[in-house]
Design a binder for this molecule. Sequence first.
Ligand SMILES: Nc1ncnc2[nH]cnc12
Ligand SMILES: [Zn+2]
Length: 337
Amino acid sequence: MADPVPTSRPPRAELHVHLEGTLEPDLAFGLAARNGVTLPYSGPERLRAAYEFEDLQSFLDLYTAGMSALRTEADFAELTRAYLVRAVRAGVRHAEISFDPQAHLARGVPLEAVVGGIAGVLERSEADLGISTLLIAAFHRDRDSADALDVLERLLAMAAPIVGVGLDNAEAGHPPGLFEAVYARAARAGLRLTAHAGEEGPAAYVREALDVLHAERIDHGLSVVQDPDLVARVVAQQIPFTVCPVSNVRLRAVPSLAEHPLPAMMEAGMLVSIHSDDPPYFGAYVDEVDDAVTAAYGLTRDQRAALAAASFRGSFLAPARVDAYLAEVEAWRTAGG
Ligand SMILES: Nc1ncnc2[nH]cnc12
Ligand SMILES: [Zn+2]
């Protein structure tokens, strides 16, 4: 018999989600109308119908176009709140949300509006919605690293409430090592370090993110499986990998879930967890990602609980909070009988 709705999926942490990638077409058109912005589609359904991607770049083009609707502090607050409400329904107990400051600065939107809108909602998320949250500033790897350093200094100067930094956007030809100084500065400021690596790039990019950036966590990291020595190392060190299987299929990093390395990563003993990346663009929030991988690989309740536990272990939360959330996962696992 199917479980009742509240316990059908494990409690989990969402560690890999781009705030701008949570923009639903209806909200995009609502904000665009409010701001006098014209989106290059006749309406939300036409926009959603355009969510067919050949690769990462074809997605990034649409993702960047969608962002043009976001202009004011209130827009960022509304976007953040809408994501959190949906995440709570997905069983997300803790979310570490990335945002792309450079994308907004490039459009003339002040950093204060972006950070103020997001942070104002996040600081009340636990009281208002019962979900803990942390914020990550992600830098564009296909821009000059001096620009990333400048934006990082501005975030530090304004005491932006960020827990860490990330690295995203077009990967091919943009190795992590270019951002060594940015990550060193972030580390000196006490920030936590994560980086996209091995989504479209080679295993060498994953290695470089670990060795040069000293990344504590790897976003995607699919290509690690091409390097058995590196797999052995990340297993030994229990480096968290935030994998987004539905995103990887939709962006054609892999042909299908059946050919995705997630089962091999789990089998090898990696600390791997599953996430949504940019949910409306890929047609799946993290509960739907869980459903998809459970069906594709015939995961047991214990395996789903292990993925959920890894999401908390890989978080930037304090150990006591991780332990409290792990107890919730364990309660879910054992409730299944
Ligand atoms: N999957 C992804 N890879 C790199 N940058 C991104 N920004 C939003 N989604 C991304
Ligand atoms: Zn991502």
